[in-house]
Ligand binder design. Sequence first.
Ligand code: B4P
Length: 190
Amino acid sequence: MTRPGRRILFLGPPGAGKGTQASMLARALGVPHVSTGDMLRAAVAADTELGRRAAAIMARGDLVPDELVVSLVRERLDEPDAVCGYLLDGFPRNVAQAEALDEAVGDDAIEVVILLEVPEGELVARLLRRAAEQGRVDDNEETIRNRLRVYRRETEPLVAHYGNRVVSVDGVGTIDEVFARIVLALARTR
Ligand code: B4P
């Protein structure tokens, strides 16, 4: 079956630049940027029921329960602007979420998975820099180490789940350099 637009997923450890690159690419492609991190932070800021359940979990750097995140994403992908493609950032975060996504949109709906690769020392440095600039509660060193452990344990197995749809991109360099690599990698998948 051919589908209009592009369905792209960003994978990578915390601090790899997923949010940064996904928002630039979504604008360039004219598809919605669906970031579960942003949606959860908005729920915390608005003090909704979901936000109250998620706040302490996010502050520790653990994963919010799958059922909460999965229903949030399902509702978002049902909106009319997602009919012509979308860019997922921060979701799925584990195999159970990937299976829920396959069930919601179809096993072959995701065309390309961009895996942003950055060494651990650089990740920690970036997130500590953001902590100084933006004051995000989950950007302190202890929580960053936990988020990296959670990534290795829960999220990295998705590389095997998506198999030959995964395209690795070097995430070290300026934001524009990394963006150019992503655009080139995507062009090669067409
Ligand atoms: P996210 O918001 O997804 O946070 P993240 O993994 O840290 O990535 P982020 O997008 O913020 O960082 P980026 O790499 O762009 O998740 C936060 C929390 O929400 C999770 O810990 C979890 O609790 C919860 N959550 C989210 N999704 C969930 C799910 N599906 N299931 C369960 N729980 C979920 O950027 C990092 C920094 O690097 C920025 O300051 C940026 O400016 C900088 N940067 C980017 N590119 C750079 C470059 N090339 N050079 C230098 N700096 C760069």
